[in-house]
Design a protein around this ligand. Sequence first.
Ligand code: ADP
Length: 472
Amino acid sequence: MFKSIFRKHFIIYISALAVSFALLGAAMTTLFNRYFISQKAKTLTLQGQKILSILMPLYYSQNNLFRKAQQNLLLNEMSNFNYYMDTTCIIINDSQEVIASAGAPDLGTLLPTEGLEPLFEGSAITKQGTLGNIFSVQMLTVGLPIEINGKVYGAALMSTPMPKLEQTMLDIFIIMLICLALCALFTVGFIFFFLRSFSRPLREMNEAARVIAGGDFEKRIDPCSKDEVGQLAESFNNMAESLNKQEELRRAFISNISHDLRSPLTSARGFLQAIEDGTASEEKHGYYLRIVMDELDRLAKLADDILDLNSIQAPELKLEVSEFDLNGLVRKAARMFEKRIVDKKINLRLKFADDKNIVKADYDKILRVVYNLLDNAVKFSPPESEVSVETTVREKKVIVSVKDKGSGIDAENQKRVFERFFKADASRGEDVKGTGLGLAIVRAFLKAHGETVTLVSEEGKGSEFLFGLTLV
Ligand code: ADP
């Protein structure tokens, strides 16, 4: 199952999915990280501003009572922040000496932190780290200057431990990972079933092609959809159908040909034997020999058909082009039917547009075309009827019409008579023999000349075959 298209697409989709999820995960983690740190920094700033609002009046007031109350309030607020918000508060003066602190480890008098200069120039700072190793863990620190009338008196440093932040972000990351894993699971399942149903008709077609290659042309596929794959399945079924038809026609051809080969040989042998052993009386010899010759003619036509079949199946039909009089060619073809016409009492009418109609074509092939058309016209005409070959000139072309008043061809069969091996039901009788190749040869030979053959026929009334050749 994990072979070819399915496997290829599955791997491609899953890889694309994994890369997208990894990028999405990385982007979201970074964004969350930044967002949480900036939110935390904002909270620390707000807390710092609260501390500053209590601290600032101490620098103005000389009232001891007020100062005492304010100092208590400050320490109280600082320890509240420390207790409830896990915020460490350190207040320093402009010489970096610690004035007050809450939650900080033993600091000594001087804060050993470097990089606090911006504070003394009146700017707030945000730092990540241990503040010069005064903390044992990584901290996020926001520093706010104590600035009154443009003079900086010191700074308030509000710090919160990073590990706590990281834990929160890790929790969010895990929740996000679970969501992504669930999405991935759903998507992988969806891709799996989608690809399986997508590749199913292709697998079936592959299987059917193998069966057909093995000689069973009955195999068909359920198209199941209207998209390109469904259309491919339909085309495949059409191809199988046409192969099946060709196979049926080929079988019918083999069985006809075997019969057509055996029966003239058997009959000719019978008549010759009768002459040889004297069973046939002397006055019947001529009659018997004529029958034998007829049978040999039929055999020769069969051999020609088979040879022509070979040539029309070749990728390119070679023409030996020359200039000749088409009227002469038609007369020659007509002479070949003299005996059959006389036997069937058929009236063969030849009517030419001009004395001579010179065309440039392959003489033998055009002779074969006219011969095959005349052969059918005589074959499918009842005795004492009329067959005509007529030429007309239209612009730079001479149009040849071979017409009979015979059985005709019904509309359904008219579409198929030019197929190889095709014989209409009406002509399958023992008396009307043929291989079903004559018209296929006519069409192929004319096509090689860049021409087409047209059929006009009505069942029971007769048929007319028309083709044109360019005049020189
Ligand atoms: P075949 O060797 O069997 O005549 P063709 O290819 O020449 O093969 O003709 C194919 C079929 O077309 C014939 O079997 C016959 O059914 C039909 N057909 C051809 N020409 C005529 C015609 N002039 N009148 C009636 N049916 C014809």
